[in-house]
Design a protein around this ligand. Structure first.
Ligand code: COI
Length: 364
């Protein structure tokens, strides 16, 4: 496949070194962006063209741009990690590229080739390499979070797939997604709201799914919870996922269960990696339906010893409590399996352990 060349227009006003260092020392999540962004344009007549890396800045969109009215948009989340020798790597980018194509198909957007996806990430990270944090210890999980996204930019209010589309990649240095680092989080079980329904867009990474989760996430915050868990729309019985992360249940006999993939569940790259790392650790992964009663009963009986969330942003985060209108279920402390899998994953991503599955791709 041919590799398109990205033209690079360097910023004439990059952030001063001392200000960037201040941000890198305490990046938070998703608040501070690097000096550049990648862009490719698509039109139905000219296909993908205009590959460029240009200074980060506001987009100019016609107020009638389809994305603003009908939400025709998809995105990805992927990180770049600095290794001890200074080199910069990313994790399983081909999985994100493939999911991005799948999401595009569902949202009637044009598919971007895997080459274009990877080269956009590579070119941006090369240009903004000094924005990739250098972890100061194994406990420091800072990285550069990359957010590729595609929007329907055609100025047209008729409801049909847009004929003009723009793809961008922006990047921000990040620390842990949840405030306070790796400590167990509390989960609110949404009893009214659904994230996705069969035949809908739940498996695609599109803004609409996240928009649909926000009121439930607000309800979670109102109940002092960090995240919201959704049940299936048809039977209100089967555990699906959190607002932005997949779920795993560790059983005392060594099984580790995650809801099987359906068209209402996002196929997480971290989820897939957990299944492999669990197998490597001698656990027995199972992808199957798991009901809310099995979750509740399993904690009560001691059959389920740990529950954790995982995702690119959240990495692996243990769950400490399940809260609902019926009360609070405290989860056991310890989380030895989540802690071990988390360490295995981070050690591979930061180049501290051998990449036995060939998951890492060097960017710089
Ligand atoms: C990610 O994990 O990359 C996501 O897109 C989820 C969001 C909670 C930031």
């Amino acid at each position: 496949m041919s590799t398109e060349h990205f033209s690079v227009q360097p910023s004439i006003q990059p952030l001063a070194d001392n200000l960037r260092d201040d941000i890198l020392a305490n990046p938070g999540f998703g608040r501070h962006f690097t000096d550049h962004m990648a862009h490719i344009r698509w039109t139905s007549s000219a296909d993908w063209h205009g590959h460029e890396v240009r200074p980060y800045g506001p987009l100019q969109l016609d107020p009638s741009a389809a994305v603003l009215h009908y939400g025709q948009e998809i995105f990805e989340g992927i990180k770049a990690y600095r290794h001890a020798d200074g080199s910069i790597w990313t994790f399983r980018p081909e999985k994100n590229a493939e999911r991005f194509r799948r999401s595009a198909r569902r949202l009637a957007l044009p598919e971007l080739s895997d080459d274009n996806f990877l080269n956009s990430v590579k070119t941006l990270v090369s240009q903004d390499a000094h924005w990739v944090p250098t972890p100061d210890s194994e406990a420091d999980e800072s990285s550069l979070y990359l957010r590729p996204f595609m929007i329907a930019s055609e100025a047209f209010l008729g409801v049909r797939p847009a004929q003009e589309v723009d793809y961008y990649v922006i990047a921000c240095p990040v620390a842990a997604y949840f405030k306070g680092g790796v400590k167990p989080v509390s989960i609110w079980l949404s009893s009214h709201y659904k994230r996705a329904a069969p035949g809908g867009t739940g498996f695609a990474k599109c803004g609409g799914n996240y928009a649909a989760s926000l009121l439930a996430q607000q309800e979670a915050s109102d109940n002092n919870c960090d995240q919201v868990a959704f049940l299936d729309a048809a039977e209100n019985t089967w555990v699906e996922e959190l607002g932005g992360m997949n779920l795993f249940f560790v059983f005392k006999d060594g099984r580790i269960v995650t809801p099987r993939l359906t068209d209402t569940i996002l196929e997480g790259v971290t989820r897939d990696s957990m299944l492999q790392l669990a197998r490597d650790e001698g656990l027995t992964p199972e992808e199957r339906a798991i009901s809310i009663n099995e979750w509740r009963d399993g904690i009560a009986s001691g059959e389920i010893t740990e529950v954790f969330a995982c995702g690119t942003a959240a990495v692996v985060t243990p769950i400490g409590q399940l809260v609902s209108e019926n009360g609070t279920i405290e989860h056991p402390e310890g989380n030895a399996v989540a802690t071990k899998l988390r360490k295995r994953l981070l050690d591979i991503q930061y180049g501290r352990a051998k990449d036995t599955h060939g998951w890492m791709t060097q960017l710089v």
